[in-house]
Design a binder for this molecule. Structure first.
Ligand SMILES: Cc1ncc(C[n+]2csc(CCOP(=O)(O)OP(=O)(O)O)c2C)c(N)n1
Length: 292
């Protein structure tokens, strides 16, 4: 049985004091240990950003992709390694902005990955520009007179594309976040966890007190059923937009097969265990000779 020590590395995070990424970091490690995963059972794929450094700060199989390409790369990683848990950890810029297109297609494809988005509503690594979830009026270096656009609604977007597991946590409540990560890792297909994250440097208006005041848990609401898509959509549309932010498992169904389950190439096992069917070297040489 793995312990927290098994995930430890000697590298100290470069995140700012007060950053919500520390709580996400600890929640991930605790969730892995509590659910009984060893570091070699998991592959963490990230993009570029403060939060995307996550895999550097734990002893785990980790892969940095390009900014915005986290989910596309993770899809390939998952298809090659169906015996491993694949978890994406990246920011809202990476996931909903540059990677917004991949997000939609992963949701409708129901590829078996966990997609944890550290949603601090700002581009932090590049020092505080507007992100797709930034609130209207937010003053940043790229919106000196305040953001004009309305923020996207990531949970509603995921649900509208047929996502089968949609959850929201935040960096205030590590117990809830651990629970969401464990449930997402046990899910059959694509699992989105939007994690509201404090950015203590570039988004000071949305601090711990602000989140404490505005968040609530759906499971504490009498009769809330995460299997009811209409009710889930109503919750998903509450924020951004309104002042109350629902957290917890907003929607879940285990009735839809994951993409991998229907892919015939995988009948013979994970791609990494199958022989490489490469063409003879002479074929490539002929191509090179013809085109170079
Ligand atoms: C294609 C591309 N565009 C832009 C950048 C510059 N860039 C690096 S990180 C980043 C924003 C990161 O924001 P987010 O994904 O929200 O993560 P955070 O730093 O807030 O954790 C940007 C714009 C890049 N590396 N590659």
């Amino acid at each position: 049985m793995a312990t927290l020590q098994d995930y430890a590395v000697d590298i100290r995070p470069t995140w700012c004091p007060g950053c919500g990424d520390y709580a996400i970091w600890n929640s991930l490690k605790r969730a892995f240990v509590t659910a009984g995963y060893a570091p070699e059972d998991i592959i963490m794929v990230s993009g570029i950003g403060c939060g995307s450094k996550m895999g550097d700060y734990m002893r785990i199989n980790g892969l940095h992709s390009l900014h915005g390409r986290t989910v596309a790369v993770a899809t390939g990683v998952r298809l090659a390694n169906t015996g491993r848990k694949v978890i994406c950890v990246h920011g809202d810029g990476d996931g909903y902005g540059e990677g917004g297109n991949h997000f939609l297609h992963a949701a409708r494809r129901n590829i078996g990955i966990v997609d944890l988005i550290e949603d601090n509503h700002v581009y932090a690594l590049t020092r505080g520009q507007v992100s797709p979830t930034s609130r209207r009026g937010f003053v940043t270096s790229t919106s000196p007179r305040g953001v004009l656009e309305r923020p996207i609604k990531p949970l509603a977007l995921a649900l509208s594309q047929g996502a089968t597991f949609v959850a929201r946590g935040h960096s205030l409540d590590m117990a809830q976040l651990q629970h969401l990560i464990i449930e997402a890792m046990g899910h059959r297909g694509y699992a989105l966890i939007d994690v509201l994250q404090v950015c203590a440097t570039y988004n000071r208006g949305m601090d711990y007190d602000w989140y404490r005041e505005h968040t609530y848990k759906v499971e504490e609401e009498e009769g809330y059923d995460p299997g009811d898509l209409q009710a889930a959509m109503a919750k998903a549309l509450e924020y951004p937009g309104g002042e109350r932010i629902p957290t917890g498992i907003i929607y879940r169904t285990e009735d839809v097969p994951a993409y991998e389950e229907g892919e015939p190439t995988l009948d013979a096992g994970p791609l990494v265990s199958q022989p490489l069917h490469t063409r003879p070297r002479a074929d490539y040489q002929r191509l090179l000779d013809e085109h170079m």
